[in-house]
Design a protein around this ligand. Sequence first.
Ligand SMILES: [Zn+2]
Length: 422
Amino acid sequence: MRSWTRAEVPSLVELGHGEGGLPSVHDVRADARVVLPPTAGGDRPTASMYTCGITPYDATHLGHAFTYLAFDTLTRVWLDAGVEVRTAMNSTDVDDPLLERAQRDGVDWRELAERQQELFRSDMEALRILPPDSWVAVTERIAPIAEAVERLLESGDAYRLGAPDAEGDDVLFDTTRARQFAVGAGSRTDAATMLELTREFGGEPDRPGKRSPLDPVLWRAARPGEPAWESPVGRGRPGWHVECTVIAMDELGAPFTVAAGGRDLRFPHQEMQGHHALALGAPLFSRARLNAGLVAYEGEKMSKSLGNLVLVSRLLEAGARPAAIRLALLDHHWRADWEWHDHELEAAEARLDRWVAWSTLPDDDPSLGESVVPWLRATLADDLNTPAALQAVDAFIERAPADEGSLAAIDALLGIDLCGGA
Ligand SMILES: [Zn+2]
């Protein structure tokens, strides 16, 4: 489906700064820092990234924005390093939470999804987050997902399970057949935690007839009042994990470079995607798995049920500058869990004022030749250390005038266009 307008990314090469280096980032599965993409001698490096998208019913809170900004930063660092980048993302536009919300509010689920996707587009565009090359709604890929489920049934990696309230059988993934399930998969998730997370994410571990309590639904048979599609595996709709597996493999091939998402997706969502892919014959789903930290609000988990979501659109309506929201989020390390406090935005607005004031000071002596480019490149290549990058700019503007290269680097790498009225 349509994504959103891409912000310009200036080229530092064209300004005579050469290319940046490849970043080293923390891979959850290896539980180690890895250089991405892995270097292949001689050729121009390529990287592909699949990011788990929103379920369009509570877009876009700061937790979403923080996650997508983390992977936007990675994309920008790759582009600066001359990497050819291809990205894809889904939108879970048919799923239980969305359907429940639509029913509660008395609106059509399709309308709710479209409205929230539109809001997400405008928020992402305002924040200058680069759009994915493909943004795919699950409802656009029902047939290939059903076909993958059929293949999993044929290979014995899936089984049918009767559901009393449904027209036909659900299809579940058999995790007892999965190689190295969770253990050794770098998620360091123990059995009790896996069970608890399965329950929390609606995986019904106690459902009678399951081969393992952890087995997720691949295909949910039609229930009264729920949307459903005809398919070779029966009338129904896709399960959550398999949709991402199929969309990622269709768009990027497997293995692709990075599977990206918030830390709350580590289990079961990302773990199951990887196993679905292996069962579908991929040698590996992704080379690395990256998880962004979670954002709480003044001491509590940010959630719709607690009524404490901080929405990007609300902050913008209240007059916050998008670049200030960006700076407030970039001031936290992408892997850290942290709490949003309202004063963060004030501090970011003040920082943005200082940067804008600096950007308009004339560079009386360009021959000095110093620029912030190497500082930004060094901090960001070091596990995308954006807080250190912001401090590097703070320190730089105290001692040097604004030069073209620095302004372009702040735009290209941090997404802050000081000259374009940030
Ligand atoms: Zn996903």
